[in-house]
Design a binder for this molecule. Structure first.
Ligand code: NAD
Length: 357
């Protein structure tokens, strides 16, 4: 199969980790007989330095004509004092909007080899931690109108609106059910239907959509209970689907309990446009350019790209297995290093994954 990928290395450790991920992608292409062409585009601080804007029009165009987009990370102290309107992070929000990426998929997976870094008790994670949070990304309270601040009756007052229509709910529900079909066939929809009207519509629509996926088991939790269940027994979850605000909080909670920020990939998907795949961590300016960055989150983002953008599950499994094997063999970058293991540079970690593949 032939696919074209727009690659945005970004800032800080971005270029180093993206380089390793692309080497792994090329190795997978060779192994499975695919052809992946790539084109680089500027985003974030490096785009500001070169063009004065964090998201040049040429980047948006390059992304739109690609089959998928790979992003490293953006930002760093060099650009922290700029006007917020042209900060590197604006490039991220801008490209998500330009590509209509309404679904954010954040897996939280505990690699058994890294169980020592997990923040939960061994008996709790002993049952496994392997879930995906599917978060609605372009609606809900972050974008709902009316919103604003004013002085009312002499008091400073602020308000926002949590609003979803049935189309917005149905399309994110479809993403969740389809993701579950590629995993363990379970979806848990998280809302606050005991209090919020918007959640009652959410629940109704999710139930309606579920009828198209009889092979997937649907359950519901209120968000406060979901937050507790995530730390009490994360093994009960396969796919969690929820709105923008609840998803923001739950996806961070789910990933932080694994204890390994350098290990976690993510995907943002739209309807027709290409999806965007990126590690969940930032540009790690403190270690940039030193060959210390962990490239595994970006390598696993490539696996997500193969699975969700190109329907190449076998290839995606092969990359994920190669990462597991590399960890099992005791190889580590600094962020996940433990006594008795072998410390590798960014490049060496890429080499080991390719060898395992
Ligand atoms: P960060 O994720 O960049 O770093 C947090 C800590 O984790 C640092 O100690 C860093 O060295 C370490 N770390 C992160 N990724 C690592 C990796 N792959 N290998 C080894 N160690 C790793 O978060 P931060 O320090 O809060 O932010 C730094 C910059 O990144 C800021 O400018 C921020 O705005 C930006 N940021 C960008 C994104 C993105 O591009 N999606 C996300 C978060 C933060």
């Amino acid at each position: 199969m032939k696919k074209h990928i727009c690659v945005m290395p970004g800032d800080g450790i971005g270029p180093e980790i993206v380089e390793e991920a692309l080497r792994v992608l090329n190795a997978a292409a060779k192994k499975f007989g695919h052809e992946f062409s790539t084109e680089e585009a500027l985003i974030g601080g490096s785009a500001i330095d070169a063009t004065g804007t964090p998201l040049p029009e040429a980047t948006v165009e390059a992304c739109k004509k690609a089959d998928a987009v790979l992003l490293g990370a953006v930002g760093g102290p060099k650009w922290d004092t700029l006007d917020p309107a042209i900060r590197p992070e604006k490039g991220l929000l801008g490209i998500r909007k330009a590509l209509g990426l309404f679904a954010n998929l954040r897996p939280a997976t505990l690699f058994p080899e890294l169980a020592g870094a997990c923040l939960l008790r061994p008996d709790i994670v002993g049952k496994g931690l392997d879930l995906i949070v599917v978060r609605e990304l372009t609606g809900g309270i972050y974008f709902g109108k009316p919103a604003g601040t004013e002085v009312r009756d002499g008091k400073r007052t602020g308000w926002n609106t949590m609003i979803y229509n049935e189309d917005e709910i149905a399309r994110i529900a479809h993403v969740a059910f389809q993701a579950a079909q590629k995993r363990r066939n379970k979806v848990c929809s998280v809302d606050k239907a005991n209090v919020l009207d918007v959640s009652r519509v959410w629940r109704e629509v999710v139930i309606e959509v579920s009828r198209q996926y009889p092979d997937v088991e649907l359950s519901h939790l209120y968000v406060d209970n979901a937050a507790m269940q995530l730390v009490r027994d994360p093994s009960q979850f396969d796919v969690i689907v929820t709105g923008n605000l609840f998803g923001d909080i739950l996806s961070d909670e789910a990933s932080v309990i694994t204890g390994s920020i350098g290990m976690l990939p993510s995907a943002s998907l739209g309807s027709a446009q290409p999806g965007l795949f990126e590690p969940i961590h930032g540009s790690a300016p403190d270690i940039a350019g030193q060959g210390k960055a962990n490239p595994l989150a970006t390598i696993l983002s490539i696996a997500m790209m193969l699975r969700h953008a190109f329907d190449m599950s076998i290839e995606a499994d092969a990359i994920e297995n190669a990462v597991h094997k590399t960890l099992q063999a005791g190889f580590r970058t600094g962020d996940i290093m433990e006594a008795g293991k072998t410390l590798l540079s960014t490049r060496e970690m890429g080499d080991k994954v390719i060898a395992s593949l």
